[in-house]
Design a binder for this molecule. Sequence first.
Ligand code: FAD
Length: 527
Amino acid sequence: MLDNNIKNQLKSHFESLTQTVELLIALDDSKKSTEVESLANDLASLSDKFTVVNNPDTSARRPSMVVHSPVKNTHITFAGVPMGHEFTSLVLALLHTGGHASKAKSEDIEQIQSLDQELNFEIYISLSCQTCPQVVQALNTMAATNSKIKATMIDGALFQEEVEERNILAVPAVYLNGEPFSQGALSLTDILNKVDSKGAARQAAALSEKDEFDVLVVGGGPAGASAAIYSARKGLNTGVVAERFGGQVADTLAIENFISVKATEGPKLVAQLEEHVKEYDVDVMHNQRAAGLERVNNKYEITLENGATLKAKSLVLATGARWREMNVPGEQEYRGHGVAYCPHCDGPLFKGKPVAVIGGGNSGIEAAIDLANIVEHVTVLEFADTLRADEVLIRKAKSLNNITIIKNAQTTEVLGDGKKVTGLTYTDRVSGDSKALTLAGIFVQIGLIPNTEWLKISDLALSKFGEILIDAKGATSLPGVYGAGDATNTPFKQIIIAMGSGATASLGAFDYLIRNSEESEQDKTAA
Ligand code: FAD
């Protein structure tokens, strides 16, 4: 199952293990069961701490493998074959169960240890989903730390009956004690905040106690990361407050236009960004959403959704952008139940089924080409009379016989049976006729909108599209407040551009701070 190169690498990782780990396998006659058995035996050959045991639990999913600590009585289950993006989750589960310390923050570990209720998490994933391992690994960390918590990763492609019974059409989908818990990306801190409300209040109080920052960066995408590094390198007391570090890059599969790096992947670049920021004395506040901006005595206060307030002399606003929605009846109702926004993540759940892609720009045509390999048929609906994608992509899409492209099509409604998507209706903008398509899934690829709603109640000037208006130095309409990246009116939205604008914004903020402190010194002298 594992090649020799991987085996050698794992063997050296497993040498540091101090505790016994049992691999409890539950198998049937399927080919996937043979793979799980072979994987368990391969792992057992790499460390004398591992033993393979048949799972005595007759109700266990098959095939599955439980990473069990007989010492701590912890259980982490993998239902399916944890390869692809989930292989790292398996390796981490083995390391943590075998006594290797987790890299989670010590305060998170303490909070997990203090939880005293039984929590049984089930996480539905697809092996090609890039955001799934983050959720699986967070829940596995909890399960490896506290025996009252159990985590089970379930490969949705293999356990289709369960997926259909629970109407899961987007991953990662998490169930807690049999009830829906969350959908989409989620960090360890998010999960802890959800299951431990007292912990969230403690965290808000601790944030409000922080000293005033010289520069507070709001947003942790490429623009925010770059702004933080530039600011810290100027010796300024710098903070970054971000809902999800990495931003859109975390959702990107292949990146081939980040100049000087020929090809990379989103999660890899996010890890490198984080590593680079950590080289400097930057206070990164993860999983925190800004909800308000107020100017108080020529300084600023950012209010967070959890009620905390952060104080700063100057700000860099870099909250990026997110997928644009269609805003048609049925879209919200069936979001996660057939309406999807990430083809890389959710495509495999529609294997062999008909889907539509809304939007004929680069992302829409790219999504159609990607999905055509998995699904039965892709219909691309484009509102305009021409496709906006690059010619090379259009040619490729047209060469595939399971892609149909319909132009002048205005989507009017998402149709469903109360549980999941069954199709959509659209108006043919030339004839005015209303038409219907039978579908299992709808992938919305119609661009991005800036994450600036939280700024609308402030005095900050925004464009009619909600973008933060900035000048050549990144300065906004408020003194000392700078903007960077996709959240601003910059005409092109790309990683390298966002990073450049983050640097510009921080240099602008530095300029503002030195001039401002000079003025205050002069004021004091004059007085
Ligand atoms: P974002 O990356 O959107 O980051 C915004 C940050 O702000 C995040 O940390 C977010 O959590 C945080 N945030 C948002 N709201 C709040 C709030 N209220 N409070 C606190 N934090 C908040 N570009 C390329 O150059 N090459 C590519 O190949 C490429 N491929 C792409 C593929 C996909 C699928 C997508 C979606 C985008 C792609 N892009 C690509 C575009 C690129 O990712 C963006 O231009 C870039 O990430 C913008 O960076 P940013 O920092 O401005 O914003």
